[in-house]
Design a protein around this ligand. Structure first.
Ligand code: NAD
Length: 357
């Protein structure tokens, strides 16, 4: 099969980690008989320098013409003093909006060979951690009506959490699709004991799953309990779906449980199969250009693209297995290095993964 991938390297370590991920994609395509072609496009600070805007029109057009998008990271000291609307991060929000991406998917996986990186006691993570959090991205309290006023001589402020049935159904679809590809178990997180919007969320997720994905078993967990369970027994979770605000908080908590920011990927999806795949970390300007960055988060983002946008499950598994083997053989970039391991740079790590595909 043939796929056209838009690559947006961005700033800082973005170009290095994207180059590594592209090499892994090329090797995977070669091995499994697929043709991946790549169109590199500017975004963020690099686009500001070259074209005067963090998101040139031709970048949006290129992404819309692609089958899926791989992004490095944006931002850096050089552009820190620009006003909010002209900053590199504006390019990221802009491309998500232009592609109509309403879900954010964040896997938090603790690799067996990196178990020591978790801040949790080894007994709590001995069964591994492999959670995917599906967060609603463009609704809820972050986008609801808000305001300020004065009452009895005191200033007040308010925000609204509002969800409609179609908004909940479309995120439930994304979560159920993922659950079908994994353990067919879905945990829906809400605050239905207090919030009306959560009661609608809960009912809608159950009705939608029962109608369209009867094989998926849906369980509800209250958000306060979820925050506790994530550090008490993270191995019990597989796919988790939740609202924008709860997902924002819980996905960072789950990421921290794994302990290594250079290992975690994320994707944003909308209707259709085109998505935006990226590492969860930033552009790490402190180590840019030194060939020391960890490319694994971006490599895993590329692997997610093959599974979730292109349906190439075998390619996804092959990349994950190659990463697992590389780590098991003791190779580490500086950020995950521990005594007794073999320290390698960004390029070499990508090469080792390619060799093991
Ligand atoms: P960061 O994630 O870039 O870096 C935090 C720390 O983690 C740094 O010490 C960095 O060296 C290290 N690190 C991050 N990724 C690494 C990797 N792959 N390998 C090895 N070490 C890695 O976060 P920050 O320092 O807060 O932000 C730096 C810039 O990135 C800022 O301009 C910020 O706005 C931007 N940012 C962009 C995104 C994005 O593009 N999605 C996300 C977060 C931050």
């Amino acid at each position: 099969m043939k796929f056209n991938i838009a690559v947006l390297p961005g700033d800082g370590i973005g170009p290095e980690i994207c180059a590594g991920a592209v090499k892994v994609l090329e090797k995977t395509g070669e091995k499994f008989g697929h043709a991946f072609s790549f169109t590199e496009l500017p975004i963020g600070g690099a686009a500001i320098d070259g074209f005067g805007t963090p998101l040139p029109d031709f970048t949006v057009k290129g992404c819309l013409a692609s089958d899926s998008v791989l992004l490095g990271a944006v931002g850096g000291y050089k552009w820190d003093k620009l006003p909010g609307d002209e900053r590199p991060e504006k390019g990221l929000l802009g491309i998500r909006k232009a592609l109509g991406l309403y879900s954010n998917i964040r896997p938090a996986k603790l690799w067996a060979s990196l178990a020591d990186a978790s801040p949790l006691k080894s007994g709590l993570v001995k069964n591994g951690v492999d959670i995917v959090i599906v967060r609603e991205l463009i609704g809820g309290i972050y986008f609801g009506e808000r305001g300020r006023g004065e009452e009895n001589g005191f200033e007040y402020a308010w925000d609204t959490e509002k969800y409609s049935v179609p908004e909940i159904e479309r995120i439930a679809r994304i979560a159920c699709e993922l659950a079908m590809k994994r353990g067919k178990k879905l945990v829906s997180v809400d605050k239905a004991n207090v919030l009306e919007s959560s009661r609608l969320w809960r009912r809608t997720v159950h009705e939608y799953a029962a109608k369209h994905y009867p094989e998926v078993e849906v369980t509800d967990v209250l958000v306060d309990n979820m925050a506790m369970q994530l550090v008490k027994d993270p191995a019990q979770f597989d796919v988790v779906v939740t609202s924008n605000i709860f997902g924002d908080i819980l996905s960072d908590e789950a990421a921290q449980v794994t302990g290594s920011i250079g290992m975690l990927a994320s994707s944003s999806l909308g209707d259709g199969t085109r998505g935006l795949y990226e590492p969860i970390h930033g552009s790490a300007p402190d180590i840019a250009g030194q060939d020391t960055a960890n490319p694994i988060a971006t490599v895993l983002a590329a692997a997610m693209m093959l599974r979730d946008s292109f349906g190439l499950n075998d390619c996804h598994r092959a990349i994950e297995a190659a990463v697992e083997r590389t780590l098991a053989e003791g190779y580490r970039t500086a950020d995950i290095y521990s005594k007794g391991c073999k320290k390698v740079g960004c390029r070499e790590m990508a090469r080792l993964i390619c060799e093991r595909i």
